[in-house]
Design a binder for this molecule. Structure first.
Ligand code: PMP
Length: 451
């Protein structure tokens, strides 16, 4: 049987799976997994696999994107219009295309004060690479070339290229690749539920700030280029830091002339109910990395926003910026980003993310009473349900079986990150769809606890 009536899917589900196993190397995939799920179509919050099975997408195309939902004709039209007009022209040297210029202005207009300039990339990892290079270049041009160190956090996710992968704080990513990007230190995760071993009565932020200060002292304040952090940690399982965490980190870094990079690849453009989440958390970042939500995943595009001080230092005067990608500011990707931002604005989806968050909170808060649930954490249109084998000891319980049961029994596509089940649905999701996902998760966790 042919998969569906779309002309470009002229293969059966079985053929696709067979070719996939034989030829396609999957990103972030476990070699022992032989199962394959081929997604062939999407509309709104629904996607269909190659067998015609319908799934409710509560994970933004499986990867924190799809803010405006699947299959939007407005974005298809914008792409087609731009390709007919000008598909691409380099942004190197004195050249640029009109879409990249107007999009840069638009990103700055939406950004908090102090972020005035934009550099385009192809995605999150490249944005982080770029931000790291810019931070070092900034110090270099200011006569402080020893500032080469970066501070990141355990269980941060910043990408999988060499520098961004080194900054990523998941142990497995560092294995088997030899020497990594040098001069990256990691500090503790601001995770109130799993606070590091601090003495009773001790404030978590106090502990984290002291640890950060000690780390800076150990490296030498004059050797640190920047700290990088997700305002709310996504891959770590939706970790919202204490309210005083970022303001105090910012203050400490400023005292030592250290830059702050906010990694907003997940949080940027609406996910948590803000255009840029870092602004609401008091980060006052010098550089901000973005990607995913910028195009809702309709085209690969990322960017680094930065202060005039940073941009002026690395590009001013006779300074030649020897950094860039063929597709920096790709005209079609930028046109798609414009159309995506149009939809986010017209449909007030950034505010809607907060409403979705209230629905998630309302429908999932009761889960906190179940034996396998340690904590339910909501930040805008994202939720992390952290599973434990034992609520007393908080021993983590891996969540892969939950994702599988949600998909197979309830046709709901979420994702697990270790022991946390995560949902980051399209911002257009309806109340009924949120309820369906919540009922499915409740059912799976109840059944799991009984088994
Ligand atoms: N930063 C963060 C916060 C991310 O979550 C991700 C990817 N999930 C990245 C960077 C890397 O982005 P990409 O996969 O587009 O390279």
């Amino acid at each position: 049987s042919v998969v569906n009536d779309l002309p470009f899917t002229a293969r059966t589900a079985a053929e696709l799976a067979e070719i996939d196993r034989r030829v396609l190397v999957h990103p972030h995939n476990h070699g022992s997994q032989s199962e394959r799920i081929t997604i062939v179509r999407g509309q709104g919050c629904t996607v269909w696999d190659a067998h015609g099975v319908e799934l409710l997408d509560v994970m933004g195309a499986g990867n924190w994107v799809a803010q405006v939902g699947h299959g939007r004709p407005e974005l298809a039209d914008a792409a087609a219009r731009q390709i007919r007009t000008l598909e691409y022209y380099t942004g190197f040297d004195i050249f640029a295309n009109d879409q990249s210029i107007t999009l840069a202005q638009r990103l700055v207009d939406l950004a908090p004060d102090g972020l005035d300039r934009v550099f385009f990339t192809n995605g999150g990892s490249e944005s982080v690479e770029t931000a790291f290079k810019f931070a070092r270049l900034y110090h270099h041009h200011r006569g402080e070339p020893d500032r080469t160190w970066f501070i990141s956090r355990n269980f941060a996710y910043h990408g999988s290229t060499f520098a961004s992968g080194t900054a990523t704080g998941f142990p497995g990513i560092h294995e088997g690749i030899g020497p990594e990007f040098p001069n990256v230190a990691r500090v503790s995760t601001p995770h109130p539920y799993r606070a590091p071993d601090i003495s009773p009565g001790r404030d978590l932020t106090d502990f984290l700030i002291e640890e950060l200060a000690a780390t800076i002292e150990r490296i030498g304040p004059g050797n640190v280029a920047a700290m990088i952090g997700e305002p709310v940690m996504g891959g770590a399982g939706i970790l919202v830091p204490p309210a005083d965490y970022w303001p105090r980190v910012r203050e400490l870094l400023s005292r030592h002339g250290i830059l702050l990079i906010a990694d907003e690849v997940v949080t940027g453009y609406g996910r948590t109910g803000a255009w840029y989440d870092s602004a609401d958390r008091g980060m006052q970042a010098d550089l901000v990395t973005v990607a995913k939500g910028l195009t809702s995943g309709y085209a690969p595009l990322g960017a680094v926003l930065m202060s005039d001080a940073v941009a002026g230092t690395i590009t001013g005067g006779d300074t030649y910026l020897f950094h860039g990608h063929t597709y920096s500011g790709h005209a079609t990707a930028c046109a798609i980003a414009h159309a995506n931002l149009d939809l986010l604005e017209q449909e007030k989806l950034v505010d809607r993310a907060r409403t979705v968050g209230e629905w998630l909170h309302e429908t999932l808060a009761p889960l906190a009473g179940l034996p396998l649930v340690g904590e339910v954490r909501v930040a805008g249109a994202t939720v992390g349900v952290e599973l434990v084998a034992d609520r007393e000891t908080r021993e983590p319980l891996m969540a892969d079986w939950v994702t599988r049961a949600l998909r197979e029994k309830h046709r709901v596509a979420a994702r697990e990150y270790g022991n946390t089940l995560v949902m980051a649905p399209p911002l257009i999701i309806s109340r009924a769809e949120v309820e369906r996902a919540a009922e499915a998760l409740t059912d799976v966790l109840r059944a799991g606890a009984g088994s």
